[in-house]
Design a protein around this ligand. Structure first.
Ligand SMILES: [Zn+2]
Length: 286
């Protein structure tokens, strides 16, 4: 069977009460997990962070790049999810030396970073809450930093090979002035859907199916569908530009060696060979 493309689907109920975004992120999460060699519990937590960051970008700032960063309480390493407006998604697992994996749990924090149009960065940090899940952390974040009541569930299920066999999630936003009736119906329904894993396990799972379950017996309109994929947007220019932040003495030292500099992208492991002539350009801005 051909692997299907990961999609994001948006909808709104016709009474204007709820905005819903659903996503399937199976291939995206698998790609990032494989590239970053996720191990053990990292496999699902990293996946949840990637899926959650996509949902967050889609709802808060579809035109901007968003990063989600989860850090353990002890500060040992971090997980980074990076979601680009083009639909490209990449991630980073930064383990401290000697630590087999990054452990996200009680006391961990979630930081959401948005790169704004003017180049500045909007950032907020929350604790992950009692359940210590990415879903709960995102809900706390939306409530505290954005003052928007939002229900979010992200998850992934593992196949027999220990890899993600399906990943996805949903986000439901209450729009201002939701009537009491629909609110009660939705609140009760979401008790059943808080844990998304059983839904992901189903053979007939798809974003459209999930949407129809969440909005069962409600009139709604599908607004937009887009694709996401695991893909890094690094390029040589960015790599050279990142070197510009090095102290001048370091650059001079690299130049003195007069050998191509080998740099690997942490997100996708692509290797770049930067010629000394390119470094020279950094020393002489003209
Ligand atoms: Zn890259």
């Amino acid at each position: 069977m051909a692997e299907r493309v990961d999609t994001v689907l948006r909808a709104m109920t016709n009474d204007g009460a709820f905005r819903v975004i659903v996503v399937e992120s199976t291939q995206t999460v698998r790609g990032a997990n494989e590239c970053q060699r996720a191990q053990g519990a990292e496999t699902t937590v990293f996946g949840d962070l990637l899926t959650g960051t996509v949902l967050f970008r889609e709802t808060m700032s579809p035109q901007l790049r968003v990063q989600g960063i989860a850090k353990p309480e002890n500060g040992q390493g971090q997980l980074v999810a990076d979601s680009h407006p083009s639909g490209d998604v990449r991630g980073l697992i930064q383990r401290r030396t000697g630590q087999p994996q990054v452990e996200i749990g009680c006391g961990s924090t979630l930081c959401m970073l948005r790169s704004l149009q003017n180049g500045s960065i909007n950032q907020g940090i929350v604790g992950l809450g009692e359940k210590a899940t990415i879903s709960e952390g995102l809900m706390i974040y939306m409530q505290q930093s954005e003052q928007i009541v939002t229900m979010i569930a992200v998850g992934g299920v593992l196949g027999a090979d220990g890899k993600i066999s399906r990943a996805g999630g949903y986000l439901i936003q209450l729009l201002p002035g939701v009537p009491r009736g629909p609110l009660m119906v939705m609140t009760e329904r979401l008790q059943d859907y808080q844990n998304i894993e059983p839904l992901l396990h189903r053979d007939d799972f798809s974003p459209r199916w999930l949407l129809s379950e969440l909005l069962f017996k409600m009139d709604y309109t599908e607004l937009q569908q887009s694709e996401i994929r695991f893909n890094c947007w690094c390029d040589e220019l960015r790599v050279v530009a990142s070197l510009a932040t090095l102290p001048r003495s370091d650059l001079e030292e690299l130049l003195a060696a007069n050998e191509p500099l080998e740099i690997e992208c942490d997100y996708c492991h692509k290797e770049y060979h930067i010629a000394p002539s390119q470094l020279r350009g950094l020393l002489d801005p003209n």
